[in-house]
Design a protein around this ligand. Structure first.
Ligand code: SAM
Length: 278
């Protein structure tokens, strides 16, 4: 815990948390201390400016359900509801802190949309979230990563200060300290048979994937060629290929488990197709 404390306090020194002099840490019932120990990580609140930037980069809106893992005094969940109209749940292990967070939500007038629950982030189910926010530690992000990657494709994840090792972010906030943003990618790797992609011949799309990075090839009849500029965002994949007469065509696909639907565009036509995983 000493190492973690020094680590996080160092981040705190360089963060905008000091600028929160007017921030009320606690109330008559409970006054938490900055840097106090928590189950897996100490409590330090994210600075107000970074909270807003984290929710903005995740494009949080009224249809979202935001989960803040390790919610502290509830400030991220409260901001998600108050500034962005979302519903939000904060999971906080420390019962006094969780109760303070709920009282803060009441004082902020958003208790109808915010719940701060007492619980362990490694035991509670947060898979219904459309947005997950984190201010934890690198190793905790790593432990959560498999669960996050199994969430619904398109779920947004934002982390204050700490990255996800070799899962590269889709966006970054240059504060400092930094924020990192990811979109959970669909699992698209494998062989996809595409119906009605080409009226004359069968089409197979072979994809390999590392997180949101995708490569592969398209086989139409006997001709195989690489896909170009592939971009996977959640359940949506876009790529290009050069057709047999040298035209660049763009393909957009939406994955739903083992089914896929898509559209192919060239300068002179749009064609819809569907497919399935072989
Ligand atoms: C660095 S603070 C972040 C607080 C808040 N998310 C924010 O950004 O302002 C981390 C919080 O996680 C809580 N915590 C630590 N381990 C936890 C666990 N296993 N489950 C739930 N909360 C935990 C701590 O008590 C602390 O309040």
């Amino acid at each position: 815990m000493t190492k973690k404390l020094i680590f996080l306090l160092a981040f705190f020194v360089f963060s905008n948390a000091y600028s929160q002099s007017s921030y009320d840490f606690g109330d008559d019932k409970y006054r938490p201390n900055m840097g106090q120990s928590g189950k897996d990580v100490i409590w330090i609140p994210t600075g107000n400016e970074l909270v807003t930037k984290m929710l903005k980069i995740a494009n949080v809106g009224p249809s979202d359900l935001v989960y803040d893992l390790g919610a502290g005094d509830g400030k991220i969940a409260i901001a998600a509801a108050r500034e962005f109209g979302a519903r939000a749940v904060g999971i906080e292990y420390n019962p006094e802190m969780a109760a303070l967070g709920q009282r803060n939500a009441e004082r902020a007038g958003v208790a109808n949309r915010v719940k701060i629950i007492q619980g362990d982030i490694f035991k509670e189910d947060f898979t219904k979230a459309t947005v997950v926010t984190l201010y934890l530690l690198p190793e905790l992000n790593q432990q959560l990563r498999p669960t996050l990657l199994k969430m619904k494709p398109g779920t947004r994840v934002v982390s204050h200060a700490f990255d996800m090792a070799d899962w590269q972010p889709d966006g970054e906030i240059d504060n400092p300290p930094k924020g990192y943003f990811w979109i959970v990618p669909a699992n698209v790797s494998g062989e996809w048979a595409l119906d009605s992609f080409d009226s004359k011949t069968s089409t197979i799309l072979n994809l390999s994937q590392k997180f949101q990075y995708v490569g592969g090839n398209l086989t139409m009849g006997k001709k195989m060629q690489p896909i170009l500029n592939a971009e996977l965002k959640g359940d949506k994949l876009q790529f290009s290929y050069v057709d047999d007469i040298g035209n660049l065509r763009t393909v957009r696909m939406t994955f739903n488990g083992t089914d896929v639907k898509g559209e192919e565009n060239s300068a002179y036509m749009i064609r819809s197709f569907s497919g399935f995983k072989r």
